[in-house]
Design a protein around this ligand. Sequence first.
Ligand code: GDP
Ligand code: ZN
Length: 393
Amino acid sequence: MKKRTRKKPPRRSHQRQDRQQRQMLSKKVRELYPPGSATEEADADRADADDWGSEFEHDPSSSSRPAGLRGEPPAGEPQPPTPPTAAPARGGVVVALSSGACRIDSDGELIECVLPSRLAHAQRAAVAVGDEATFQRHGASGHRLREVLPRRTTLSRPDPHNPRIERLIAANIDVVVQVVSVLAPPLRPALVDRCLIAIERGGAEAVICVNKIDLLPGDGERRRELAALRIYRDMGLRILVCSARTGEGIPGLREILTGRTAVFVGHSGVGKSSLLNALDPRLRASTGELGPSSARGRHTTARSNLYRLADGIRLIDTPGIREFGLWELDADQLRSYFSDFEEPAVDCRFNNCTHTHEPECAVRAAVASGQIDAARHATYRRIYESLMSDSRE
Ligand code: GDP
Ligand code: ZN
């Protein structure tokens, strides 16, 4: 008995110390990796003239944002080693992930960590690239991830084998750039719709980047081709018109991404790699991981990576994102992605109501009364129709 009462106070103070330490770590991680803040600027910058030349963004706008991250050394510069501390746990950002292990960037030092077994088992749901995490020494020379901190945003998609299970593909992303191209391959808005659902659910900002605009030199041609994107602009999305080849629009893209964590999604061949190289020509050289010699001799053969580009841009590239364009969605599952329909849907006459044509549909009634945003329902209908026509093919 006596022993127990004597033991209590130190344990409590240890817990408090532990909590304070976690709070400090979390704060530090947030200082190093501040959440992006370009959303309001994006709103302010959005052109409203009814003229396609100015409707889409080509220019770095006049608004200023500090270059680089607060307290972050310029990309590519050698960073001083972190002095050993007595602290039992440190913090950082998961920059690479492989089976049973991850690499954490802690103040610029890259630390290989094994995952605790409880996380390793549920790995693809429990840890993602972009996660802020704590870790500690484990064994004589290694480290072990300890805890994943709460996420600001996520990007996930349905499991290819079981669409009811969601697979986490990246965490704490500020912006998802959906890259489409004109002519080769031509614009395909249906994919944009499907990705938008996932982006919106996860909480990141969605931006559409139209690449290869150099293939359409004339204003008239551009206007015709880009008319398909007008609905997205009306939904409030930022649309950038770029050419990785000529550099047109690249400063505007850079500005949106500066100091933020981003992912690029889109069909193969639209120019994602070319855009990344236009943003930072040193990308391949500096990471050495996007190239073919990547996995050579590494302790962690990384499947997913977070790269640091110039201007404090952090880019997440994972197989999950590369496959994102192939995301298959069943028309019947679509409504589960519109959580704002759930509550009114309880009153639909049919419990498998698709909210498109059925009588006594409470969701359509909620749209009519303004309880549900009409643009949301229009998006839903558009995706629903595209999924139905896919399944008829
Ligand atoms: P990814 O599969 O999305 O990464 O696409 P890539 O970056 O590999 O580009 C696919 C092809 O499109 C390559 O042949 C590029 O040279 C070409 N390409 C990329 N960007 C542009 C562009 O802005 N204009 C033109 N005309 N071609 C481009
Ligand atoms: Zn309904």
